[in-house]
Design a protein around this ligand. Structure first.
Ligand code: 6LW
Length: 500
């Protein structure tokens, strides 16, 4: 019996770029870049390629990931590759902060624990990939595109990195290489054109892991450059074969909104599409918002609750903080059922403010939290980076909306604080009409609930200023709670998607 199954893209919405995927039996695993956030590298599981559940973070201990407090946003953890070999999961990744470079971690269970990192000083550059040939030799291929043999247990590399095929001559940013042995060929898949409008995917094949490689005549095999497709900047892809023999590709893409030139606010998201093979070359299906019917019934895994009552002793894996999460500053144990954030001074403009957030995953949504500000000052923020954020903040006397856009920093509105704990809310909607060529991608409304339950919006701000096109960098919006002085207690947080 066939079951109609129409999955939708993005399969992992929100700031989840540079997806790398592997399958073991019936189970798929996928990882993404995480940049300045801790814990690093979200790990997802799926049984159907369409529904993904976060099962952990690969770098969740300070011994694995220590990001300096002065590290700029969009540095840190770039572009991992996840593979399974000889009964172990291997994850290789670049930490671009302060001379750490490439590292590898391994695990028998992808939910963790993952090992402490082995440093790879002989592996240059970013976007490392791992592939093993039949005699067990491990080949590490990096952006550029270059390749070196490697011993993953010791981190030793053998010989200097050797240049491989790098796409069309003169093409910008040949990166994100992945090497696969499929049938009689070794295939070298790379991203081309840079991660912006020109992004694409090209492929070559050869008789050995190091070539020589011949380019696919249809290159780039994927790009949305110059199209009016709702998904743009598609590239940085990885291939996987399903148990039924069908092939699939995951890749990053963005969903720009607003007038011209368009703004994307959720960062680069993870999309999926089917792949077929013609004459020994992969043909990539459309990266459509509505995917074609799947050859198998959908198998949704556990869906994470959108509300967190902070009843657990540890924070769920989807909560991310800035650069580190010192235990004394983040706890659900001090006041059971509450998340306590202890400030260490500063403000949201600091790169390492005490912050616990989750990715904004929908173009329209609402986030709310109940804050007890009696012992400190904190709030609810939607953050692109330390220079681009909006927040609703409560101290013991007032509630205020703060906007930071580049060098401009302003308190937009204030109101006296009502008695007791206060519900703070941020609602993200389509921009109000009239719409014209200059309309932004969305509107961000910030406010609070009065004790009688009525919600007061203090300000509605243009969302374009919290977009990648304005802020720059590689990340997307994250919404969360923070503390800037004393101790802020949060009873619950909820996130409500309002459509895609
Ligand atoms: C990553 C590179 C890229 O290292 O962006 O889209 C960089 N591709 O491959 C950061 O995510």
């Amino acid at each position: 019996m066939s079951v109609t199954t129409r999955p939708t893209n993005p399969v992992i919405p929100g700031f989840h770029p540079d997806p790398s995927i592997c399958r073991v039996g019936e189970d798929y695993y996928l990882v993404c870049s995480s940049f300045e956030y801790f814990p690093g590298i979200p790990v997802f599981h799926s049984r159907d390629l369409a529904n993904w559940t976060q099962i952990g973070n690969a770098l969740d201990r300070p011994s694995q990931l220590s990001l300096p407090s002065d590290m700029p946003s969009s540095a840190g953890i770039y572009a991992p590759t996840l593979r399974h070999h000889d009964g172990r999961f291997w994850l290789i990744v670049t930490n671009v902060s302060k001379g750490v470079g490439n590292i590898v971690v391994s695990a028998t269970d992808p939910a963790g624990p993952w090992s402490d990192p082995v440093r790879l000083p002989g592996v240059p550059g970013i976007d490392p990939d791992l592939a093993w040939d039949e005699d067990g030799t491990c080949w590490c291929t990096v952006a550029g595109v270059a390749q070196v043999r490697i011993d993953l247990e010791t981190g030793e590399t053998f010989g200097p990195p050797k240049k491989l095929w790098s796409g069309a001559p003169g093409a910008k940013a040949p990166e994100a290489p992945h090497l696969y042995h499929i049938g009689e060929y070794w295939y070298l898949l790379i991203a081309v054109g840079g991660t912006e409008h020109g992004h694409g995917v090209s492929i070559a094949r050869g008789p050995t892991p190091s070539g020589p490689f011949e380019a696919c005549p249809a290159n780039p095999i994927l790009t949305h450059r110059g199209t009016d497709h709702p998904v743009q900047n598609t590239g940085h892809a990885d291939l996987v074969q399903a148990p039924d023999g069908s092939w699939w590709m995951v890749m990053l893409g963005v969903r720009p909104g607003g007038g011209t030139p368009g703004w994307h606010v959720l960062g680069r998201e993870t999309f999926l599409t089917p792949v077929t093979w013609v004459d020994g070359w992969p043909v990539v299906g459309e990266v459509a918002l509505n995917l074609p019917e799947f050859p198998w019934p959908l198998a949704p895994g556990p869906v994470e609750e959108q509300r967190d009552d902070f009843e657990l002793s540890e924070l769920r894996p989807s909560w991310i903080s800035l650069r580190e999460r010192p235990a004394g500053h983040f706890t659900t144990k001090e006041r059971p059922g509450w998340l306590t954030l202890r400030a260490r001074g500063g403000s949201l403009d600091e790169a390492d403010v005490i912050f616990a957030g989750r990715r904004q995953q929908h173009l329209a949504c609402r986030a709310r939290t109940l804050l007890d500000p009696s012992q400190g000052c904190g709030g609810l923020a939607v953050r692109l980076d330390e220079r681009h954020h909006y927040a609703i903040e409560a101290s013991d006397t007032e509630v205020r909306v703060i906007a930071r856009v580049g060098t401009l920093h302003t308190v937009v509105a204030t109101e006296p604080l009502p008695e007791g704990p206060v519900v703070l809310g941020i609602t993200i909607t389509d921009p109000p009409p009239p719409h014209d060529a200059r309309t932004g991608p969305d509107a961000v409304s910030l406010g609070f609930e009065r004790p009688d339950g009525t919600f007061t919006t203090l300000a509605t701000l243009d969302g374009r200023y919290l977009s990648t096109e304005v802020a720059g960098g590689f990340t997307g919006r994250v919404i969360g709670m923070y503390a800037v002085s004393g101790t802020a207690h949060f009873d619950w947080f909820d996130y409500e998607p309002h459509g895609r």
